[in-house]
Write a protein that binds this ligand. Structure first.
Ligand SMILES: [Fe+2]
Length: 197
């Protein structure tokens, strides 16, 4: 089960509407390398993970990604809430507006709706953890590209925080991979030894 804390992991107070930036940032809500994909990937993979430590890592990081999803959704909302129709049109957000008004809906920056095809849950712990490390690097890269596109410190600071967390997650998945490989090697050594006994 989960306990909900009614506060953001990092404060977000964007004063100036910018639907153009929202259109890019929303990719970390519902895009291929976004927080929804990350949380679903890790929270699904944990069921078949082989060591308690690696399962706990997937659980912890999958949970934190939900908090990041909340942050990204808050950013998108604050960037669009007070935007005028002219600003929406100038940002090329008119197609999104026609379908969703200024609500937050999981799509990529190109407007492609979220799909579970972005993620895998392979049942092989090494495969899954390797995917997770790549996913963290892809998310870090995306945050860097978003920081490059931004010019408002109210937008840049939370993006920098999110980028930093992806670096930490990458390291934690790396540690989990070492633990799992060690576990599998010992299991394999034991299995090979048995017929010789
Ligand atoms: Fe992450």
């Amino acid at each position: 089960m989960w306990m909900y804390e009614k506060k953001l992991e990092y404060p977000i107070k964007i004063k100036h509407p910018n639907p153009k930036m929202a259109k890019a940032i929303i990719t970390q809500y519902g895009g291929p390398d976004g927080e929804l994909a990350a949380s679903l990937r890790y929270l699904s993979q944990r069921f078949s993970m082989v060591t308690p430590q690696a399962r706990a890592t997937l659980n912890d990081i999958g949970t934190e990604e939900l908090a990041h999803l909340e942050m990204v959704g808050t950013m998108v909302r604050q960037l669009t809430e007070k935007a005028s129709i002219d600003q929406i049109k100038a940002a090329g957000m008119d197609a999104y507006y026609a379908d969703h008004d200024k609500a937050v809906y999981p799509v990529s920056a190109a407007g492609v709706p979220f799909t579970a095809a972005y993620i895998q849950s392979k049942g092989d712990p090494v495969t899954d953890l390797t995917e997770d490390m790549a996913a963290e690097q892809k998310a870090r890269s995306t945050y860097e590209w978003l920081i490059n596109l931004a010019d408002d410190p109210d937008v840049i600071e939370p993006l920098k925080f999110l980028r930093e967390r992806e670096v930490v997650h990458f390291q934690r998945f790396g540690e989990a991979l070492v633990i799992v490989q060690d576990f599998l090697n010992r299991k394999h050594a034991w299995a090979v030894k048995l017929p010789c006994d």
